[in-house]
Design a binder for this molecule. Structure first.
Ligand code: DX5
Ligand code: ZN
Length: 234
């Protein structure tokens, strides 16, 4: 088992009124990268961050910035997020295929698909790479692995909550998907949602190597200890 893991600080649970301070505090705690949840109120029932915030963050850190695009038509925004300074761009598979009946209306969530238009998803992953950025595909808990695009991905992000909000409960039902992925994929494997010292062991055992955390990290009295505790598990 590979032991090196990365902790990605999801700033959704940080204090947005003092983001520079939060960035410094997270770096001092030993995080390896920052995860920025970009939501449009359509792909998910919440609205958050656009490229301007990434541009502002870029001035205050040299750590990798990953933009998790929970937005419809992510392809329309790849250049904007790349230009703002994102190093890693994570796009949701559910934006590229016919939605299941239960989430076909714009205000029905979570968005889930069984298949995608491989050509179009692959096209956007390649565009991300051509901009010199790392491309990740993201799968919601109910969406299966879409293996046809793995060769075009630097990494895969498996959601372990329905996307939209920080502070939700970890869904162990996604672990078999990570186990399957880790058998066939050699790129980065990230997990996002409900990660803490109790849930991380199972996530790591299944093969996840990038642990994304918002509430656990920003809610900790001692963020340095919170990061160390996660790294110790590995
Ligand atoms: C959920 C986001 C996650 C979220 C994680 O839609 O994609 O990145 O911020 O929050 P926690 O760690 O609190 O589950
Ligand atoms: Zn996220």
């Amino acid at each position: 088992m590979k032991t090196s893991i990365q902790i990605s600080a999801s700033i959704l649970a940080a204090d947005f009124a003092c983001l520079e301070k939060e960035i410094k505090r997270s770096q001092a705690a030993g995080v390896d990268r920052f995860h920025i949840d970009c939501m449009d109120g359509h792909f998910v029932p919440n609205l958050t961050i656009g490229p301007v915030i990434i541009q502002a963050m870029r001035k205050h850190t040299n750590l990798p910035l990953e933009a998790h695009l929970m937005i419809e038509h992510p392809g329309d925004y790849i250049e904007a997020y790349a230009k703002a300074g994102a190093d890693i761009i994570q796009i949701q598979a559910e934006c590229y295929g016919p939605r299941r009946n239960a989430c076909r209306a714009w205000d029905q969530w979570p968005k889930e698909v069984d298949t995608v238009d491989v050509k179009s998803l692959r096209g956007d992953l390649r565009r991300i790479k051509n901009l010199g950025k790392k491309a990740f595909v993201v799968f919601n808990p109910g969406t299966p692995l879409i293996k046809e695009v793995l060769d075009d991905c630097d990494g895969v992000l498996i959601m372990s909550v329905h996307p939209g909000f920080a502070g939700q409960k970890f869904m162990p039902a996604v672990l078999p998907k990570i186990e399957e992925l880790s058998r066939i994929f050699t790129g980065g494997i990230a997990i996002d949602g409900g990660i803490n010292a109790q849930t991380a062991p199972a996530a790591l055992r299944s093969g996840a190597r990038i642990l994304i955390t918002a509430s656990y990290l920003y809610g900790a009295a001692d963020p340095g200890k919170a990061v160390r505790d996660l790294k110790k598990i590995a």
